[in-house]
Design a binder for this molecule. Sequence first.
Ligand SMILES: Nc1nc(=O)c2c([nH]1)NC[C@@H]1CN(c3ccc(C(=O)N[C@@H](CCC(=O)O)C(=O)O)cc3)C=[N+]21
Length: 292
Amino acid sequence: MAAQILDGKALAREIREGVREDVARFQAETEVQPGLAVVLVGDDPASRIYVSNKERACQAAGIYSEEHKLPASTTQSDLLDLIGRLNRDPRIHGILVQLPLPDAIDEGAVLDAIDPAKDVDGFHPVNVARLVLNQEGLRPCTPAGILELIERAGTPLRGAEAVVVGRSNIVGKPVAMMLLHRHATVTLCHSRTRDLAEVCRRADVLVAAVGRSEMIRGDWIKPGATVIDVGINRQADGSLRGDVAFDEAVQVAGAITPVPGGVGPMTIAMLLVNTLTAAHRQVGAPAAPAGG
Ligand SMILES: Nc1nc(=O)c2c([nH]1)NC[C@@H]1CN(c3ccc(C(=O)N[C@@H](CCC(=O)O)C(=O)O)cc3)C=[N+]21
């Protein structure tokens, strides 16, 4: 029997609609419109597309958004100045600096400069620590979206074997921590892991975030497993491939995300959720938004 396809696009649409309603209520109660600033340095064409998708999603949800496009030659101190202004700007509740940054800029110094209360990517060390300690904070958008998809699949996490392939700061490490907090037994794999296929075959939940097109094969998957494909590997013909060989995996898995239309749209939906959550906390509004 073929796997259930986890439709991230449809789930993201539902979440964005919920955010739209919550934004309207928040604004009626507080007279504050949630605001997001997106900073893009250089003009990586892929980054530009994501940034314009984010802008459209904000508009549809009633979130104010502004885009700061800086040339690739921008200095670190100019970028830090901009972040300082956005930190102090009362219209802005969320700040997202699109990664990667040009080589001449120290990414850590830039992330450190963002006010943790406005850090809607959840990349500031304070938010990383809050995640590890399971304290209230802002959670990274892609991992948060992955957890929503797993929940939607109805996959129980308590006591389950979860295998995460990829140890990046933006996906692998935080998603592993979030799965751990849901009481999964988590294995975090990477390029040096021995017998990777064998480890993957133990997984009740498999999260692939390696950035290598179709590396995870159908025979690496435990029958009935929930498979989350975070890969967005652009092919020469312009199409996208995941990290999982979908046509093989769909025959074995219990549930699987497609690429495109899986994790990607959820990332943007969770960015809107985080922006509304950040606005709530900064304004000190009475009711917290659902899903925050
Ligand atoms: N500070 C920062 N935060 C990020 O969240 C961040 C970033 N930097 N740098 C780049 C990556 C990439 N990213 C994506 C978001 C949405 C889709 C998305 O919506 N994808 C669609 C379609 C994409 C398409 O067709 O091109 C899908 O998978 O269905 C993809 C990728 C966020 N990123």
